[in-house]
Design a protein. Structure first.
Length: 489
């Protein structure tokens, strides 16, 4: 503790030296006057009480303004300064954040985060600075401009910090201003994308969706803005009438493209992802038009996430319960059918997003409970090729073991699954329990014919697991037959 305090004191002194104005050398025109002023100011002189003190000794210079400290902190982090020096400036900045003027808050946040993003997970004191700045921005939101507020939540979204208080405060202020000041489509899109990035969904977001959904607003949106709007809205699951709205927005995008001006590959895949998350099967004409931009793509040009999106949308089409949408791929040109089969058959493994420590520990705990019950040979993951895998198979049932990343925030008593997770469970249920769906998938991915036929796909969340007493948790995975496997009933 003593060594850390000394390091912090040294860091503060260093920060003050770096930020204070240069003092003319002795012998200069003002040196004698300044020397006299320095001699006149002692420990008990008027104004001395406002000077910085370190370890009982009084500094000759007042501490730097917090806005300058924020810039200095960002520079230290960016330059790889020792942790002790960084933490010393953090301590001083935390004690002076309340002195920031309203218009200095967002620039201070930008200054800190521009250099410290990679250190946030390791130095929790840095995260405290960011959270305190978020508190101040939320409390003083009415004094800040809409562009400043949008910039603030953009930064929080970029670092994956779902600070509910800040996001909700900013959204409410923006909505309150909207009837008087208006709001640009770019600001609406930035807000929706920031909320989607951290999976934070609150009812007030629907007002922003309805604002841009109006026909005269849609007509003003550029093509890329239409794609962004549909993507953010589908990820937040706030599209009010998917069958109508999604198809209309897609039609507007298609109308703005030509063979000479195709939609870029990245935007095309984002559009496909929006269709998947909204659960929409396009009419044959629109489907053919959309896939025209993608069909000549080589797998090497796709990121693992993009490949996963296209694979899952093709599987989504093939697993439809009704014959006509299920056969939509069959009605497309042969080269498009071959493209879909090639992506599904490619050797690239199925992509899965990273999981949190909470999810990892939850799944390890489930495995430990199975081992303790004598079922150590059971509970293996079920691999389903391009469709991904379930976390657990017990007899004729399989389980999806869901951690926090599977749900929208705020979690509440009964958290809501994200559309990605809804589609994942729906797909597994279709290809594992419905023979017609599995046969249709096998036309494009022959190994699907060997997938097992299971009775059900069940979900178990970390919340339900933690709410159950340890001695009763095995029952969440049952019933079990006498041989120890999953029940066939």
């Amino acid at each position: 503790a003593v060594s850390r305090r000394d390091a912090h004191q040294s860091a503060l002194a260093s920060a003050i030296r770096m930020l204070e104005p240069r003092v003319p050398e002795r012998g200069g025109p003002s040196s004698s006057q300044e020397e006299g002023e320095r001699e006149a100011v002692g420990p008990d002189a008027p104004g001395a009480g406002g000077r910085a003190s370190i370890g009982g000794s009084r500094l000759s210079t007042p501490p730097p303004p917090p806005a300058e400290l924020a810039v200095h902190l960002g520079a230290l982090c960016r330059d790889g300064a020792p942790d002790g020096e960084v933490l010393g400036v953090v301590d001083v900045l935390l004690s002076s954040l309340d002195r920031l003027e309203d218009q200095e808050l967002v620039p201070a946040l930008e200054a800190v985060l521009s250099g410290s993003r990679r250190l946030l997970a390791r130095l929790l004191a840095l995260l405290e600075v960011v959270e305190r700045l978020g508190d101040l921005i939320a409390v003083r939101a009415e004094a800040l401009s809409t562009p400043q507020l949008v910039t603030a939540i953009d930064w929080f979204a970029n670092i994956g910090f779902p600070y509910h208080f800040l996001f909700e405060s900013i959204l409410l202020v923006v909505l309150e201003r909207h009837p008087v000041q208006g709001i640009s489509y770019g600001q609406v899109l930035s807000i929706l994308e920031a909320f989607a990035a951290v999976r934070l969904r609150i009812p007030e977001l629907e007002s922003l969706y309805r604002h841009l959904r109006r026909p005269h607003e849609l007509a003003r949106l550029p093509t890329m803005a239409l794609v962004r709007f549909l993507s953010a809205s589908s990820r937040l699951e706030i599209v009010e009438a998917p069958e109508r709205d999604v198809r209309e927005i897609v039609e507007r995008v298609l109308a703005e493209t030509t063979p000479q001006r195709p939609l870029p590959l990245e935007s095309s895949v984002v559009l496909v992802q929006s269709l998947l998350l909204s659960g929409i099967v396009l009419p044959d004409r629109q489907m053919r038009h959309l896939l025209t931009w993608i069909v000549d793509t080589r797998v090497q040009q796709l990121s693992p996430q993009q490949l996963s999106v296209l694979r899952h949308y093709f599987l989504f089409l093939l697993a439809q319960p009704e014959a006509r949408p299920r056969e939509s791929l069959m009605r497309l040109p042969v080269e498009m059918q071959r493209f879909a089969s090639m992506l599904l058959m490619h050797r690239s493994p199925a992509w899965r997003p990273g999981i949190s420590d909470t999810t990892r520990l939850f799944r390890e705990d489930v495995s430990a409970v199975l081992r303790a019950s004598g079922r150590q040979d059971e509970g293996e993951a079920l691999q389903l090729g391009p469709a991904g895998s379930t976390e657990l198979r017990l007899g004729n049932r399989c389980f999806l073991l869901d951690g926090p990343e599977c749900f929208f925030r705020p979690f509440g008593a009964t958290p809501s699954y994200t559309p990605q997770e809804r589609q994942r469970a729906w797909l597994f249920g279709r290809v594992l329990a419905d023979d017609a769906a599995r046969a249709c998938v096998a036309d494009f991915f022959p190994p699907a014919a060997d997938w097992p036929r299971l009775q059900e796909v069940r979900r178990l969340s970390w919340l339900d697991w933690n709410r159950t007493r340890p001695g009763e948790r095995l029952a969440l995975l049952g019933p079990f037959d006498r041989q120890g496997g999953g029940s066939a009933s």
